[in-house]
Design a protein around this ligand. Structure first.
Ligand code: SF4
Ligand code: SF4
Length: 283
């Protein structure tokens, strides 16, 4: 039961992948894949039932600053819808539940651990660096007049490969995979991805949080599996907060699955303040 959230998350990740692959699968099968016409696009922008347009809000922002013109209403609405949905839940839920690069890197991590890589409570680079990278991408987009991260993005490259069969631009993704396999920590998702940095800025607003009940023994198991940054669990372990409130939390549920005390769970608007009752009882 405690692994349920993590299993559900992997089901969602794989379902999203398959959704993006529908048009290619239909093409390969001579157009006879049920529901193939119901979805088309990439993570940057897609259409559901040929009516509802969804757009990546960070991509839309890059287009806005690059073109210096108001976006088409349909794109603006699509980006606002996506930001509202993720923002209401927990903005980095995109990273943990939707992003195909996140899924790929979890798979790489799982294989590397089987071959002797150690699970460590380690952050190679400060997690907020990715917010600065997001800012730099916007600045560069404004300067050169093109949405820069959309040209370089490993997420876009993988998404285009799945949706359209276009395999150009996968070089950065290959480099990220190699780094993930050999370096401790999760350098790309924790500290470098500008899309993760953009969503981190909205992350504290979400309604859903990981809450800790009393009984933490400070064993550190949760920190060793955290997809975002081990440090974001420190306030609940030290008993200075009821919930993980950092904007970085992806609500992946891995901490829930490994906690031997079974004190972690998803909660609606659990308190972050230091006046909250302490969770630790190890002292
Ligand atoms: S705190 Fe828990 S739910 Fe949040 S990213 Fe870390 S492991 Fe996942
Ligand atoms: S929350 Fe659970 S897994 Fe994390 S340190 Fe406390 S007892 Fe260990």
């Amino acid at each position: 039961m405690k692994k349920a959230l993590n299993i559900l998350r992997h089901v969602v990740q794989v379902s999203v992948l398959m959704l993006f692959m529908l048009p290619l699968a239909a093409q390969a099968a001579g157009g006879i894949v049920p529901g193939a016409g119901s979805f088309f696009g990439t993570l940057a922008s897609s259409t559901i039932l040929q009516q509802i347009v969804l757009a990546d809000p960070f991509a839309a922002l890059q287009v806005l600053v690059a073109s210096k013109e108001l976006l088409a209403p349909v794109l603006l609405t699509g980006a606002a819808l996506v930001l509202l949905l993720y923002g209401l839940l927990r903005a980095r839920i995109f990273c943990g539940w939707v992003c195909p690069v996140g899924l790929l890197l979890e798979l790489v991590d799982w294989i590397a651990l089987k071959f002797g890589k150690k699970a460590v409570e380690k952050t190679v680079l400060d997690r907020h660096v990715k917010c600065a990278v997001a800012g730099c991408m916007l600045l560069l987009s404004a300067l050169v007049g093109v949405p820069v991260f959309e040209l370089l993005s490993p997420i876009g490259a993988l998404s285009r490969a799945l949706a359209l069969g276009v395999t150009t631009g996968l070089g950065l993704l290959a480099a990220i995979v190699v780094v993930e396999a050999f370096l401790p920590g999760r350098l790309w998702c924790q500290s470098l991805c500008p899309l993760g940095g953009f969503y981190e800025l909205f992350g504290r607003l979400g309604l859903l949080r990981i809450r800790a009940d009393a009984g933490c023994t400070a064993c550190g198991s949760c920190k060793r599996v955290c997809l975002a940054d081990p440090q974001i669990l420190d306030p609940v372990i030290q008993g200075t907060a009821q919930a993980v409130c950092a904007g970085d939390c992806m609500l992946c549920g891995r901490c829930i699955a490994v906690c031997p005390q079974q004190i972690l769970h998803v909660s609606l608007r659990a308190k972050c303040d230091t006046d909250a009752p302490p969770a630790t009882s190890n002292g």
